[in-house]
Write a protein that binds this ligand. Structure first.
Ligand SMILES: [Cu+2]
Length: 466
């Protein structure tokens, strides 16, 4: 393992013509990184191809999948604030697709929403500039009308990391990228994608499709290493269609330092953290254990379900990875900053409208998605409050494209600190309010439930900013 990882750090290799570089990885495989082909400083130009592949995902079988660059997860797009980015995307799938850059602030034409499908055999250039102040952890995935869930289930997702020149955390911290996914397989190794009208298909629609095999960056139950006293920076992305993760690391607490849109103003110490579909967190993991010991990262039970369709094993904790301490003697902990970065306040007093969204099973305000309809029209530059009311007994994580927002309150309880978000879970029978400013980029922006089965069945609407 050690020899392999040492070798990989120095390697650049070619997969089907695309240049991929390996990330330094100690103890776990990290996804490959898309190689920037542009020699111009501040410019990033990468190619990305989606095509069918056959990969070994479960022991003793291979699986027909869709993959970016032949890999699951797809290679990571590494960016810096201010970069001018061109992603030359090629669709070699037998079906239309798009690439949605989840959480990034970019022009309408680059959003990869259902408004810009890429037909089989076609190419599409996603062109955008990375906004200063948006350093954080994002991800990319298909977003074609009605078929997002099945394409993500087939393997299409990857990470986007935006870095800041003035990142307040020590550059010496070992960084880990943990992409949490789940999948379900038939005995022959093929993906279990049931007919939507079958009993299992109806269950998948109700809960969002969950799988019994849990992957961390494409591996099942990997082992990460840490040295006693060391601090690591973990970026965690939930790319699962329906599964939530209530993360806890036995015998440890986390320093929660960031969310969807980047770092908070100050670290927050937590013993567990809930990650709904599409949410991201940045965590500092402090190696407080003795040399030679180990700890397990678990997903604790979380009841997001209605009783009628709640899985029988919902109350069982699931293990995600092992954190193994090396036998080396403890090192002195690195000094961590108390203050991370300022987050500007979006003032409620400046809001010119409140948009009420009532969520029921498969509908928003009683309507199913219609591409020819605009549900909300707002002027460019406006600040507005969104009030998301979940009227049913199942959680719905709500996502807005194009603009990061700040949660104001959850069921009347003020949010304890400011952060930038693009997905917020709205628990059963609760109401969440957030504030957002449409500060540039006119266009049509989707808002939807990020349980992909709900989104595909129409739990989505259109905000037009003009
Ligand atoms: Cu939903």
């Amino acid at each position: 393992m050690t020899a392999r990882t040492t070798l990989l750090t120095a390697l650049v290799w070619s997969v089907s013509g695309a240049q991929l570089a390996a990330q330094p990885a100690a103890g776990v495989r990290a996804p490959a990184v898309l190689v920037n082909r542009s020699p111009v400083p501040g410019a990033v130009e990468v190619t990305l191809t989606a095509r069918p592949a056959r990969l070994a995902l479960v022991p003793g079988a291979t699986t027909e999948v869709y993959a970016y660059e032949g890999r699951i997860p797809g290679p990571t797009l590494e960016l810096r604030e201010g970069d001018r980015v061109t992603v030359r995307f090629r669709n070699e799938l037998p079906v239309p697709t798009t690439v949605h850059w989840h959480g990034l602030h970019l022009p309408f034409e680059a959003d990869g929403s259902p408004f810009h499908p890429v037909a089989p055999g076609e190419q599409y250039d996603y062109v955008f500039k990375v906004r200063p102040g948006t350093a954080g952890t994002y991800w990319y995935h298909p977003h074609p009308d009605h078929h997002t869930g099945s394409q993500v289930a087939r393997g299409l997702y990857g990470a986007v990391i935006v870095r800041a020149a003035d990142d307040p955390l020590p550059a010496s911290l070992t960084e880990r990228l943990l992409i949490l996914s789940d999948n379900r397989f038939l005995p022959d190794g093929s993906l279990d994608l049931p007919d939507p009208h079958s009993p299992q298909g109806r269950l998948d629609f109700e809960n969002g499709r969950e799988g019994d095999v849990l992957f961390v960056s494409g591996e099942t139950m990997p082992t990460l290493t840490i040295r006693s006293g060391e601090v690591q920076r973990w970026r965690v992305i939930n790319v699962s269609a329906g599964r939530f993760y209530r993360l806890a690391l036995g015998g440890h607490t986390f320093l929660h330092v960031g969310s969807d849109g980047g770092l908070f103003e100050r670290p927050v110490e937590v013993s567990e953290i809930l990650l709904a579909s599409a949410e991201r967190v940045e965590l500092l993991v402090r190696g407080t254990g003795p040399p030679g010991s180990q700890a397990v990262l678990q997903s604790l039970p979380y009841d997001r379900y209605i009783p009628q369709t709640r899985p029988a094993d919902w109350n069982q904790p699931r293990e995600l990875l092992t954190l193994r301490y090396t036998k080396e003697p403890p090192i002195a902990p690195v000094a961590l900053p108390d203050v991370l970065r300022p987050i500007p306040v979006l003032e409620s007093a400046r809001a010119t409208a409140t948009r009420v969204m009532a969520l029921t099973q498969g509908f928003i305000n009683g309507k199913a998605m219609d591409m020819s309809r605009v549900d909300v029209t707002a002027p460019l530059g406006a600040t507005e409050i969104w009030q998301i009311e979940n009227l049913v007994g199942l959680d719905h994580p709500f996502h807005l494209h194009g603009f990061q927002f700040q949660v104001l309150d959850r069921d009347g309880v003020p949010e304890p600190f400011r952060s930038w978000k693009d997905v917020v879970n709205v628990p059963k029978h609760q109401t969440v309010r957030f504030i957002v400013r449409y500060d540039n980029h006119p266009g049509k922006w989707m808002f939807h439930c990020h349980i992909l089965d709900h989104e595909d069945h129409g739990m989505m609407g259109v905000l037009e900013v003009r």
